[in-house]
Design a protein around this ligand. Structure first.
Ligand code: GAL
Length: 379
């Protein structure tokens, strides 16, 4: 599905520059005009459009992606218009039409599904506007570039996290009974996460060490639906489960709410991803065994640098940044990519995420976790 080339250099450059941008004054020097719609030749105020997919699936989109993309794009002297389609495909298409008609120089899209992504990219490119698939690859699309994490590797980290959790919380249990609550079937990332999990877990299922009770994908990553589905599977299995794969922190939270009902929270390892404040709190409480930290500032910064090059028509510069590539099997094409690395987070290294400035200690060390944070040096 993807070549192995990973843009680690872009990641470290991106992360280093993003950290600078976070602290830097992003004003453009003496320019005091407040009208950000000017499209000056210097690239200052060059409009770029960003459309995010939804809010319900994960706190990341409005909590991290939007502010970090805004900061990174402005640091490149661009004028971002960032909208969220709220999971509505028609709204996504309408927002894109508006941005194309407004003459954005680059369109950056993270879509609810590949179909709308492919259709929007086609419209943009027929207007001469380059398109970046942000975080999610649109299968069968025509985007010029893709910026994301190595999402199969993210799934492997989730699989490894479950193995570590079962070794700790259900040592010797054979077979350990596992329920998998996966992401939206319309999101190519969900497929990649599951592929990565399977690399780790299928040998365990095959050897009889683990038994897969059921694996269920949740439309739109809908957290509430995820909780209802998980409870149905759990009660259908006689309220027995030893470990749960939850594909992101939002679904993990819904699973934990159900486990609490049956007195199982903290006894059953649950995976996640996104290192959201709620997810990190659950990890510190022991209700969630792990999450995956995806430095979204690096993803936003890499996207902004790519957009800046494209806005200036510097295709060679853009290609020099996109040193990775992925295969779009549906569209039978290779897409130039920036693929960033992610990190497995358990209780022992939550501090890493706070020290990276990704979340504040105040967002994680809430009242009942004050002592735990002190003990772990999180401040
Ligand atoms: C995926 C994204 C993950 C997860 C999920 C739910 O595409 O890569 O970080 O948050 O969406 O929004």
């Amino acid at each position: 599905m993807r070549s192995k080339s990973l843009a680690l250099i872009a990641a470290s450059t991106g992360l280093a520059l993003a950290m600078t941008a976070c602290g830097a004054n992003t004003s453009t020097g003496g320019d005091t005009t407040t009208d950000t719609n000017t499209d000056s030749a210097s690239g200052g105020g060059t409009k770029v459009g960003v459309i995010l997919p939804e809010t319900k699936s994960s706190a990341r989109w409005e909590g991290f992606d939007k502010p970090l993309l805004e900061k990174a794009l402005k640091a490149e002297g661009l004028d971002p218009d960032i909208q969220n389609a709220q999971g509505d495909v028609q709204k996504f298409s309408t927002l894109a039409d508006g941005m194309i008609n407004a003459g954005v120089k680059v369109l950056i899209i993270a879509t609810p599904n590949s179909e709308v992504g492919a259709s929007v990219a086609q419209k943009a490119k027929s207007s001469g506007i380059p398109v970046i698939d942000y975080d999610r690859l649109n299968l069968g699309g025509s985007s010029d570039y893709y910026v994301s994490f190595d999402n199969e590797k993210v799934g492997e980290l989730q699989g490894q996290g479950l193995v570590q959790g079962l070794e700790k919380l259900a040592p010797g249990k054979k077979p350990a009974e596992v329920i998998e609550i996966e992401g939206a079937p319309t999101d190519n990332n969900a497929t990649l996460f599951h592929n990565g999990q399977k690399k780790v877990l299928e040998p365990k299922y095959g050897a009889g060490d683990y038994k897969l009770v059921q694996s269920q994908a949740i439309p739109d990553w809908d957290n509430q639906q995820g909780g209802v589905t998980f409870e149905q599977i759990l009660t259908g299995n006689g309220q027995k489960v030893d470990g749960v794969v939850a594909a992101n922190d939002g679904l993990a939270g819904a699973v934990i709410t159900v486990l609490k009902k049956y007195g199982l929270n903290g006894k059953v390892p649950v995976t996640g991803q996104d290192a959201t404040p709620e997810g990190l709190q659950a990890v510190l409480r022991g209700d969630q065994f792990m999450t995956v930290f995806k430095p979204i500032d690096a993803e936003a910064n890499a996207t902004a640098k790519l957009a800046a090059a494209l806005a200036k028509g510097d295709k060679a510069g853009a290609d020099a940044l996109a040193t990775g590539s992925v295969e779009d099997t549906k569209g039978s094409r290779t897409v130039k990519s920036v693929l960033l690395e992610a990190q497995l987070i358990t209780k022992e290294n939550v501090k890493t995420v706070v020290d990276a400035g990704f979340v504040k200690a105040s967002e994680v060390c809430v009242t009942d976790l004050a002592a735990t944070c002190t003990e772990l040096g999180i401040k």
